[in-house]
Design a protein around this ligand. Structure first.
Ligand code: 3NM
Length: 224
C-alpha cells in the first residue's frame, strides 16, 4: 500500500500535468524504453503511461518486472505518475501509480476491486456522452479523442474540435481531461484555441529526433 503522503503527491502531480506522455511499444523497442522514458521525463511530461497493445498480460508484467526494472524508480525520481494501460492486475502487482482503461474494459467499480482506492484510474472517452459518464462514474481523469485520425490508434474517425470547450467546462473543470489523437506541434495551437487545457501526444514525441527537446517545446505552449 502506498502511504497517504505519496498518494497525495501523485494526485497533485496528475492535477498539475499539461502533457501526458506514452511509452508505446508500437514505436519504442523494449531495449530503448527506459532511455526514452527518461528523455520524456527530462523534457517535463507530467504523466507517463506504458502502453503495450497486443501484449498478453503476463508479457506486460514481465516487461515491467524483468526488462524495465528502472522505469518505476525513474518516474518516482521525477515525481511523475506511472500509469499502466489496460491491465489493472499488472498495475497493482508492480505498485504503479495508476491504470488506464478503454470503453470495453469494464466499470470503474470492477477496476477498483483489483487496484484499491488509492490508485489513479483513467478512462478513454470518444464522445461527450462517454466523457460525462466517466465523470459521473468517478474516474480520476479522462482522455478525450481521437481529435484527429491517427496511425497510433488505427480505424477510429477523428471526433474533431467542436466539443472540446464544452466538455472541458463540464468535465475538465472537475477532473483532468487530456485531449488526444493526432496532436502535433503544428496543430497544438489550434487544439488549445479550441479549449483544450491538457494533451496526450504519442508519435510526435516518440518520433522526434530529440525527444527531450520536443517535449520541452510542446510544454512551452502551456507556460507562455
Ligand atoms: N488513444 P498520437 S488516440 C492511444 O482517442 C490513443 O482514446 C486515443 O497517439 C483515444 O499522438 C490514441 O500518435 C493515439 O496520435 C494517440
Amino acid at each position: 500500500m502506498p502511504s497517504r503522503a505519496m498518494t497525495e503527491k501523485i494526485n497533485d502531480a496528475l492535477n498539475d500535468a499539461y502533457l501526458y506522455g506514452i511509452l508505446d511499444a508500437g514505436y519504442v523497442a523494449e531495449a530503448d524504453m527506459e532511455s526514452v522514458a527518461e528523455a520524456m521525463l527530462r523534457g517535463g511530461v507530467g504523466v507517463l503511461q506504458l502502453r503495450a497493445k497486443g501484449y498478453e498480460e503476463c508479457a506486460v508484467l514481465d516487461l515491467l518486472k524483468n526488462k524495465l526494472p528502472g522505469l518505476l524508480p525513474l518516474c518516482r525520481k521525477y515525481g511523475v505518475p506511472l500509469i499502466i494501460n489496460d491491465f489493472p492486475e499488472v498495475a497493482a502487482a508492480v505498485g504503479a501509480d495508476g491504470v488506464h482503461i478503454g470503453q470495453d474494459d469494464g466499470s470503474l467499480a470492477q477496476v477498483r476491486e483489483i487496484v484499491g482506492d488509492a490508485m489513479i484510474v483513467g478512462r478513454s472517452t470518444h464522445s461527450p456522452t462517454q466523457a460525462l459518464k466517466a465523470l459521473d462514474e468517478g474516474f480520476d481523469y479522462i482522455g478525450f479523442g481521437p481529435l484527429f485520425p491517427t496511425p497510433t490508434k488505427k480505424g477510429r474517425p477523428g471526433i474533431g474540435l467542436k466539443n472540446i470547450a464544452d466538455i472541458q467546462a463540464r468535465v475538465g473543470s472537475q477532473i483532468p481531461m487530456f485531449c488526444i489523437g493526432g496532436i502535433k506541434p503544428d496543430n497544438l495551437e489550434l487544439v488549445l484555441a479550441s479549449g483544450a487545457r491538457r494533451v496526450v501526444i504519442v508519435s510526435a514525441l516518440l518520433q522526434a529526433p530529440d525527444i527531450t527537446e520536443a517535449t520541452r517545446s510542446v510544454l512551452a505552449h502551456f507556460t507562455s
